[in-house]
Write a protein that binds this ligand. Structure first.
Ligand SMILES: Cc1ncc(COP(=O)(O)O)c(C=O)c1O
Length: 403
């Protein structure tokens, strides 16, 4: 144990390991952001695998290179252009999920104690990836229209940051969407104060209402934005396939780091996904996926409306997988989960404690509705809300502002 690197002292308690527990038939999990397996296009992917393996001419079982399968990068570039964000496929690199993009970007920029800005709360897996590089965090509280840019600007007048990490659409964990005004102002700040923006956008195609907003990267023409995308939530996470978009010199450096990390993401999977996209109506698939999650969001919101005690709030997301619930000041939802709700009631959620870099906010919870059935949502939310109602505030524990 003594020979472990010092970083393991920081990474041994991230909370990611709690997201997907071992199988338990009685469990109702609102914890992990797991898509509904019924939405995985198994038959279509099986046909694509067969075509790629038996008829393909591009050696899917051979080594290729770290940038990834060019036809798939071109398909992603075409999709981005249709969304108003024209990209050169030579600026797109295929990663093992967006998660690898988080790790590679942190590896590229961070020496121990370098400062980075993160939303508060933020995605637990991003904190797990960044923390391994021992940064100093600047936390920027979230509002329904995005992170606090006044606080960022005040901080930038006194200190520098290497990069700012944001999930602009249906943020994990709050479900909030960054407004266009804030996107534009953030780009301006990055250009003026010369820091990078790491835009992590796995939920943008899961919008149930309202119009899409331009990506942050499409608003910048100065190379200050690195974007991450993923097939996990819209196709299947088991593919472990995502993409990173960046200009040089970042792109080249990331590619070199990926060589060292894993040489390349699996070529077979990349070719299967390219074949799937060419031979199927992906827009129709997306519509089906959106409708399914919208329905689950409605079930959960309606169960919360009936059961949530006075003094508790929930966000009302128009997309994505998550609701953000906050209780009265000083309630400790981390303790509730670990001592009662998890072991006795077999219900899981993600306590806010793990979603703040500071780990000092305990009265919030992320609830995922993506993988639960109507019956599980109704039963689980009822039990959860009864437990919330019985909570006695703990003295001296800082709390999160509700929204
Ligand atoms: C905001 C965010 N970024 C990245 C990831 C990781 O996604 P992937 O499966 O593409 O690695 C997730 C997964 O939940 C996420 O919510």
């Amino acid at each position: 144990m003594k020979s472990f690197a010092t970083r393991t002292a920081l990474t041994s308690n991230t909370g990611v390991e709690d997201l997907i527990p071992d199988f338990d038939a009685k469990l109702i999990s609102f914890a992990g952001g797991l898509p509904d397996p019924k939405l995985f296009p198994k038959k279509e992917l099986a046909l694509s695998s067969q075509r790629v393996l038996l008829d393909g001419t591009e050696n899917p079982l051979q080594y290729h290179n770290a940038k990834g399968y060019y036809p798939l990068r071109k398909l992603i570039a075409t999709a981005l252009a249709q969304e108003g964000a024209a990209e050169d496929p030579h600026h797109i690199l295929l990663t093992q999920g967006a998660q690898q993009g988080l790790d590679l970007v942190a590896k590229l920029f961070l020496n121990p104690h370098d400062r980075i800005a993160v939303e508060a709360p933020t995605y637990v897996g991003a904190l797990a990836a960044f923390t391994a590089y021992e940064p100093t965090y600047l936390e920027l509280p979230m509002s329904p229209d995005g992170l606090d840019l006044d606080l960022l600007e005040r901080a930038l007048k006194q200190t520098t940051i290497k990069f700012l990490y944001t999930v602009p659409n249906f943020q994990n964990p709050t479900g909030f969407v960054m407004s266009l005004t804030k996107r534009q102002r953030l780009v301006q700040l990055a250009q003026n104060y010369d820091f990078y923006i790491l835009e992590d956008d796995p939920y943008k195609h899961l919008r149930y209402a309202g119009a899409d907003l331009p990506s942050i990267r499409s608003l910048d023409h100065s190379g200050h934005v690195i974007s991450l995308g993923s097939f996990s939530k819209i196709l299947a996470p088991g593919l472990r396939l995502g993409w990173l978009v960046a200009d040089d010199p970042i792109y080249t450096q990331i590619r070199l780091l990926k060589d060292g990390a894993d040489l390349e993401s699996p070529a077979l999977i990349q070719q299967i996904v390219a074949d799937y996209l060419v031979n199927n109506d992906f827009s129709a698939h997306l519509q089906q996926v959106q409708a399914d999650y919208q329905q689950r969001r409605d079930w959960m919101l309606s169960a919360l409306e009936t059961n949530l005690p006075a003094g508790w709030q929930t966000s009302q997301p128009n997309g994505g997988f998550f609701l953000w619930v906050t209780g009265p000041e000083n309630v400790d939802l981390n303790q509730l989960l670990r001592t009662e709700i998890g072991p006795q009631d077999h219900i899981l959620y993600v306590p806010s404690t793990n979603l703040y870099a500071s780990k000092n906010v305990n009265n919030g919870a992320r609830l995922s509705y993506a993988g639960a059935s109507h019956a599980q949502i109704d039963a689980g939310i009822k039990v959860l809300c009864d437990a919330f109602r019985a909570q006695k505030p703990q003295c001296g524990i800082p709390s999160v502002a509700t929204n």
